[in-house]
Ligand binder design. Structure first.
Ligand code: MN3
Length: 202
């Protein structure tokens, strides 16, 4: 089995002005495509040759840097594309909305905690919203292409929303203004999809 670069359900220009078309195109066709082909090279002939991506992440040998960087890079971007969209409702509803209120007090409180995790991640990495078995939520961040499912990352639960804070995700449009990019992210979250992942993994 080999992994494939997923097709996006929207055009590169459809997330404007929040994420610009050029950034989307490069991010998908160059960065994510690179992680995908490097992941396929890394698993070729290994015990993970026919494994699902989640199985690879959970059972990862963290000293295998090629597999660590590219399995994370593959999964993280798949989740990222799935959980953003044009014409977002801007606010969660359904089960995820109730869970956010229960775990963080309110949506605004969650937004503040998540934004801080994204803004204070030094260098390259991701901010995450994860769900634990039983339904409680946790916000955390990880460096580079690490993922909460990998051993010893220090994030608990299954990631259901992730924000890429590598400079390649925002630099063309926002330069060094990462907080503005984080703010814009909240205008394009696909809450219906986050809710689906919440229900499936709680
Ligand atoms: Mn990226």
């Amino acid at each position: 089995m080999s992994f494939e670069l997923p097709k996006l359900s929207y055009g590169y220009d459809e997330l404007e002005p929040h994420i610009d078309s050029k950034t989307m195109e490069i991010h998908h066709t160059k960065h994510h495509n690179g992680y995908t082909s490097n992941l396929n090279n890394a698993i070729s002939g290994s015990k993970f040759e026919n494994a699902e991506i989640v199985e690879i992440l959970i059972n990862l040998d963290m000293s295998n840097s090629a597999l660590r960087n590219n399995s994370g890079g593959y999964f993280n971007h798949c989740l990222f594309w799935e959980t953003i969209k044009p014409n977002s409702s801007g606010k969660p509803s359904g089960n995820i909305s109730l869970a956010i209120e229960k775990s963080f007090g309110s949506f605004n409180e969650f937004k503040e905690i998540f934004s801080k995790a994204a803004a204070t991640r030094f260098g390259s990495g991701w901010a995450w919203l994860c769900v634990k078995k039983g339904g409680a939520l946790e916000v955390c961040s990880s460096s580079n292409q690490d993922n909460p499912l990998m051993p010893g990352i220090g994030c608990e639960g299954f990631p259901i929303l992730g924000l890429d804070v590598w400079e390649h995700a925002y630099y063309l449009n926002y330069q060094n203004r990462r907080p503005e990019y984080i703010k814009a992210f909240f205008d394009i979250i696909n809450w219906e999809k986050v809710n689906k992942y919440y229900v499936e993994n709680s």
